[in-house]
Ligand binder design. Structure first.
Ligand code: BDR
Ligand code: CA
Length: 305
C-alpha cells in the first residue's frame, strides 16, 4: 500500500487525478491539500471537497497556500471555467469539511509520522511544498518521493515557453527542484500525448454512478474549452502522476537536472533541463503506456460510487 498526499488546485484534470487515486486500492490517501492555482483557493478548496465527497473519500482535506511565494496570482479559467470545475452540479455535502490545521503543517506532521513512507503528488503550483521545505528542512529527506505535474521542455501552455503550474509560482518550483528531494516530473511533453477521445467520453456518459457522471460532466466542459481554443481533445495532465504510482514501469523517464527561470521576462517560469552525472537530477517522464493508463481509469470507475 502506497501512502500518498495529493496537493491539488482542483481543476478539471485534477478531478480526474482525484478520482483515479480514490479508485486505486493500492493507494492510501493520507491527506488532500487544496492550493491556489487554476482558480483562487476558496474555489479550489470547494472543488476538492466536492470531488472527495463524490468519490467517497474519507481522508482529511486541508487548505494550502492562498497565493504564490513572490509573484502575483495567475489563473487558468480558460480551460477550467469560472468555478475551476465548471460542468457538474453537486448536492450539499454530508461528510467532507475542511480541517483547521493548515495543509503545510499537515504535510510536515504526516511526513514526520511516516518517515520515508509518503509520496507527495503535486499537480498544481508548487507553493505548498516550497513552504513546507522552507519551514522544515527535514521534509526533503522525509518524503519517499515527490511526483509533480509541471513544466515543458518544448512549447509552454500559458506563455510561449512556460507551463501553467510552474509559471503560477516559478520561485516555489525552483525551491523544490533545487531541494535535493527525490523528484519525478510529468512535463507537458509527456502529458500532451494522452488525450480524451469522443468514444471514450461517450462511454463514460453511459456509466450511471455519481463519480462517472461528475467525471463525464467535467470532461464535457474540458472538451468544449479545448475546442473553443482550437487545442484539439483535452490533455490528461494531472492523472498521469497518480498512474505512475500505480506502476512506474509503464512510464519511460530520463534523468536530468532541472531548473526554473525566475528572472522576469519572456522566459519567466520556463523549465530547463541539462545532462548531469551527479545525484542532483529529476526523473522526467517522456512517455507512458496510454492504453494501460485508460484501463486504469476504467478500473477506477468500476469501483467508485
Ligand atoms: C496544468 O495546469 C493546470 O491547468 C492543469 O490542472 C494541470 O495541472 C497543466 O499545465
Ligand atoms: Ca492541476
Amino acid at each position: 500500500m502506497e501512502r500518498v498526499i495529493l496537493d491539488v488546485d482542483t481543476g478539471l484534470d485534477d478531478a480526474v487525478a482525484l478520482f483515479l487515486a480514490a479508485g486505486l486500492d493500492t493507494l492510501h490517501i493520507e491527506a488532500l491539500i487544496a492550493t491556489n492555482g487554476n482558480v483562487g483557493l476558496e474555489k479550489t478548496l470547494e472543488n476538492t471537497l466536492n470531488i472527495a465527497e463524490t468519490a467517497g473519500l474519507e481522508c482529511h482535506v486541508y487548505k494550502g497556500a492562498e497565493k504564490p511565494l513572490v509573484r502575483e496570482p495567475v489563473a487558468a479559467g480558460d480551460f477550467h471555467g469560472k468555478s475551476g470545475l465548471d460542468g457538474p452540479n453537486f448536492p450539499p455535502r454530508q461528510r467532507q469539511t475542511v480541517q483547521e490545521e493548515s495543509g503545510i503543517d499537515a504535510m510536515i506532521r504526516l511526513l514526520h509520522t511516516h518517515p520515508g513512507e509518503i509520496t507527495i503528488i503535486s499537480v498544481g503550483p508548487l507553493t505548498d511544498l516550497a513552504l513546507a521545505m522552507q519551514k522544515d528542512s527535514e521534509v526533503v529527506q522525509l518524503a519517499k518521493q515527490i511526483i509533480i505535474m509541471g513544466g515543458s521542455f518544448s512549447a509552454g501552455n500559458v506563455t510561449a515557453l512556460a507551463e501553467f503550474n510552474i509559471y503560477a509560482d516559478p520561485e516555489a518550483a525552483q525551491v523544490v527542484f533545487s531541494s535535493g528531494a527525490k523528484l519525478v516530473l510529468f512535463p507537458l511533453d509527456c502529458t500532451r500525448q494522452v488525450t480524451l477521445s469522443p468514444s471514450r467520453l461517450e462511454g463514460y456518459h453511459t456509466i450511471k454512478t455519481n463519480s462517472a457522471q461528475v467525471f463525464a460532466a467535467c470532461m464535457d466542459t474540458y472538451q468544449a474549452n479545448y475546442e473553443r481554443q482550437k487545442q484539439g481533445w483535452p490533455q490528461m495532465h494531472d492523472p498521469l502522476c497518480v498512474a505512475y504510482l500505480a506502476d512506474p514501469a509503464k512510464v519511460q523517464t530520463e534523468y536530468r537536472k532541472v531548473w526554473v527561470v525566475t528572472d522576469r521576462g519572456p522566459s519567466y517560469g520556463r523549465t530547463v533541463k541539462e545532462e548531469t552525472k551527479e545525484n542532483d537530477g529529476v526523473h522526467i517522464a517522456t512517455s507512458i503506456d496510454i492504453p494501460w493508463f485508460w484501463s486504469l481509469v476504467d478500473s477506477a470507475f468500476a469501483v467508485l460510487p
